[in-house]
Design a binder for this molecule. Structure first.
Ligand SMILES: [Mg+2]
Length: 408
């Protein structure tokens, strides 16, 4: 199975001519939406899926984007502080317009073996890691529209695309949603010079039977037209306010065998991986909130805990699922050295919930917390989040029942 990609490549070199005066000084992806650049929303979405590196393919007004994001260290992402994650930013700049295919080919030495490719002026939100589960040199996220005539129809047989960009025929159908998982061998098929992914690469891959596709139903917004850009001012902040599911770790995600801290001790609860993916597929933020007194007691170090947490996150990514973040409390009143203290973070205190809420700003009215102990429930209830006790069994079924009850 192909490894889930860590690199996202963003096409951000277009002229944005349809937006007229708006893009005279500012490249389209940098236009402000509710007070921050459109690209910030895109980067936030990539980070929460666990992407670590972004490569911008630039042309028009490239310096504006480079000056804004620099090496990616915090800038423009400051209000989305995500501890333990980073986003490195790189740039490839064309000196003359090369088209989407030409720009990608020009940057081929900077590409990972597999990467996510997306447009810098559209946001299509779905579980990107699910698309990465498709095996093959190239996979396209598809979107269902009432009339394909304007875009070019995509025909699908199973997961294989058998027709791409067909202009004939009207009515409902599938189109390219502008998010792709590509591999370097696919990029090698592009001709030298100016080329287009839509005209020169995807049809070629279809001929070879190598273009895969899957339809998704997530939030979609293209700021390329003036009315859509106006709509974005309200629609994007509303989209960004996602419901969250806060999960305790030991006894919820895994069988609690006491101070679990090594892969060989880890046993997933039945349905746990599926539960996380089910939530990812439906647009929930999934945040782990865990007391880690084992650090205070000296059973393992904080460094070791972070490495182990990265391993857990990676196991989920391999299954097409992801955790937005893991919050932990290393303190305990009977701990050792600097870890010996009362902490606002240690459940039943709500400190970790407060930090997670500040970082992610979820819609609490649609959020849910799941724990196996009374202290988990108390911490969640202290911040006004509905909390349920999980007493074992299948976590997927538990989550499905809990969220259908709430009328979703
Ligand atoms: Mg527990």
């Amino acid at each position: 199975m192909g490894k889930p990609p860590r690199q996202a490549v963003i096409l951000a070199g277009g002229l944005g001519t349809r937006l007229g005066a708006l893009t005279r000084e500012t490249p389209k992806p940098l236009l402000p939406v509710a007070g921050k650049p459109f690209l910030d929303y895109l980067l936030w979405n990539l980070k929460r899926h666990g992407f670590e590196r972004v490569l911008f393919l630039l042309g028009y007004k490239a310096m504006r984007i480079i000056e804004h994001y620099g090496s990616g260290a915090g800038h423009g992402l400051a209000d989305d502080a995500q501890r333990n994650t980073r986003l490195e930013v790189e740039y490839a700049v064309e000196t003359e317009p090369m088209g989407t295919g030409g720009a990608l080919r020009l940057a081929k030495d900077y590409l990972d073996e597999r990467f996510l490719l997306l447009n810098g002026d559209t946001l299509f939100d779905f579980n990107y890691l699910d698309l990465a589960l498709l095996e093959g040199p190239a996979a396209v996220a598809l979107r269902r529209v009432p009339d394909t005539a304007r875009y070019g129809r995509v025909r699908l047989e199973g997961n294989r695309i058998i027709g791409f960009g067909e202009k004939e025929g009207k009515g409902p159908g599938l189109i390219n949603g502008g998010v792709h998982v590509l591999s370097r061998p696919a990029v090698e098929l592009l001709p030298e010079g100016v080329s287009s992914l839509e005209r020169d690469l995807f049809p070629r891959l279809v001929e070879r039977g190598e273009l895969l596709g899957k339809p998704y139903e997530g939030f979609f917004l293209d700021i390329g037209l003036p009315e859509a850009y106006t709509e974005a001012q309200k629609a994007l902040p509303a989209w960004r306010k996602k419901p969250a599911v806060f999960l305790d770790r030991d006894g919820v995600l895994n069988h609690d065998e006491g101070y679990t801290h090594r892969p060989e001790q880890w046993r997933w609860t039945e349905g746990a991986v599926e539960a996380v993916k089910w939530l990812n597929d439906r647009g929930y933020l999934v945040l782990v909130i865990t007391n880690q007194a084992g650090i205070a007691r000296g059973y393992y170090t904080e460094e070791h805990f972070l490495q182990f947490t990265a391993w857990i996150h990676e196991q989920l990514r391999l299954a097409g699922a992801h955790l937005e973040a893991t919050y932990y409390c290393p303190y305990h009143p009977q701990g050792l050295g600097p870890y010996r203290r009362d902490s606002e973070d240690r459940k039943p205190n709500p400190g970790m919930f407060l930090r997670a809420i500040a970082d992610w700003q979820p819609d609490l009215s649609r959020s849910l917390a799941i724990g196996d102990k009374e202290s988990d429930l108390q911490a969640a209830q202290a911040v006004g989040v509905r909390a349920l006790r999980f007493a074992g069994g299948n976590l997927l079924r538990f989550v499905q029942d809990a969220l259908s009850e709430s009328g979703r």
